[in-house]
Design a protein around this ligand. Structure first.
Ligand code: SF4
Ligand code: SF4
Length: 371
């Protein structure tokens, strides 16, 4: 329906236009829901109406033909309606068990030529859902690693836990390709974070021509950048900037403001693994993730050191945690020392947060390991 007073077509239409009929009818009148099997849920309304949801993994990047196929499935089984979850799962909803069974059978037989599922069903309950992630080498300018590659390599390794619910509790994995962190790595059970280890490279010849020097200076959260006059090899003196490397935390903010300060570096860039965070306040309070692997190189295209470390953490969690215990609850109970032992991870000085700032006058501002 047209929005009153609307003068442009910018932005999405109001979401209530996209509800399936059974959801529109029962809005605010739900009794309960349950997971019938991995990837299949039923929501029951107070009047007995039911909504059956089939959840499928979504691809990191989708072609227009794939999107068309998703729309065709929705047209065929779900009156043209579907939804995406925050973790990029696709949810197809029907209003009867028979329709849901037909939908499931249809999804299961849709495969790529190599035989892999186009629409794998799963991602519910005490298993691993799709990885929430950022943009990586394809779309962003500051990544220290790739999003599509690391997510694909990880999901291929943990796929059986996407289809299954054998874990003690849900296990959320997230990925952000730099520490500006468009993903949710600060509060996930296991997180993959792209990390730069070298300060920006200064292209003095062009800096003053393509950047505003005051903007570049102001972009730095640690005040590591100051204006400078620099003599070029040609003998000309130009306005540029100087970076105090010891203050730099390799965040890339300056490069966002100034293209003459790139910091991508094959040797310097790689991956940090974090663990033990969660957003939920069920059983225990929400927690921030801690850095548990300080650095892994970018081993394209399959990142084996990263997936091995993640697999080991998941297996030890599956073996050692009590039912309903989230990853961070398990590490808190057994102690982080024991966590490093059983997961065969090295605890090094790189994992200890030594950030100090005169403004804070305290060590207690961090969620990370301290002396
Ligand atoms: Fe870009 Fe960083 Fe966001 Fe990745 S996390 S998309 S590199 S800003
Ligand atoms: Fe400052 Fe971040 Fe640039 Fe380093 S990378 S100079 S901390 S803005």
């Amino acid at each position: 329906k047209p929005m009153e007073g609307r003068i442009t077509d910018i932005g999405p239409k109001h979401y209530d236009q996209f509800y399936p009929e059974v959801i529109k009818k029962n809005k605010g009148k739900w009794s309960h829901h349950e997971i019938l099997e991995p990837g299949v849920l039923v929501h029951v309304a107070e009047n007995g109406d039911e909504v059956f949801t089939v959840r499928c993994g979504g691809a990191r990047l989708m072609s227009s033909t794939h999107v068309q196929e998703i729309c065709d499935i929705a047209d065929k089984h779900c009156d043209g309606k579907l939804r995406f979850t925050t973790r990029n799962n696709i949810e197809f909803m029907t209003d009867s068990k028979d329709k849901m069974e037909a939908l499931k059978a249809d999804l299961a037989q849709r495969k790529f030529p190599g035989g892999s599922y186009k629409f794998p069903i799963g991602g519910t309950g005490a298993g691993i859902s799709n990885i929430v992630h950022t943009q990586g080498w394809i779309h962003c300018h500051t990544p220290a690693t790739d999003a599509s590659g690391t997510v694909k390599a990880t999901m291929d390794e943990v796929f059986s836990d996407f289809q299954d619910m054998r874990l003690p509790a849900k296990l959320k994995i997230s990925m952000a390709c730099c520490l500006n962190m468009c993903g949710a790595v600060h509060c996930s059970d296991i997180a993959i974070l792209g990390y730069h280890r070298k300060p920006p490279i200064l292209d003095h010849e062009y800096l003053d021509k393509v950047c505003e020097v005051p903007l570049a200076v102001a972009s730095c959260p640690t005040a590591a950048i100051k204006p400078a006059k620099v003599e070029l090899p040609s003998g000309d003196t130009v306005s540029s900037v100087a970076v105090r490397n010891e203050r730099c935390m390799y965040c890339g903010n300056c490069y966002t403001m100034c293209p003459s300060m790139p910091l991508s570096d094959k040797e310097g860039d790689g991956i940090v693994l974090m663990a033990g965070g969660k957003v939920s306040n069920r059983i225990s309070a929400p927690k921030f993730s801690k850095v548990v692997v300080a650095f892994l190189p970018n081993e394209t295209p399959r990142w084996p050191s990263m997936t091995n470390a993640i697999n080991k953490m998941i297996e030890e969690y599956a073996k050692g945690a009590r039912k309903y215990e989230r990853f961070g609850d398990w590490t808190d109970r057994i102690g982080w020392e024991r966590f490093f032992d059983v997961c065969e991870l090295d605890f090094t000085h790189h994992l200890i947060d030594d950030f100090r700032d005169a403004a804070y006058q305290s060590w207690r501002q961090t969620t990370q390991f301290k002396f």
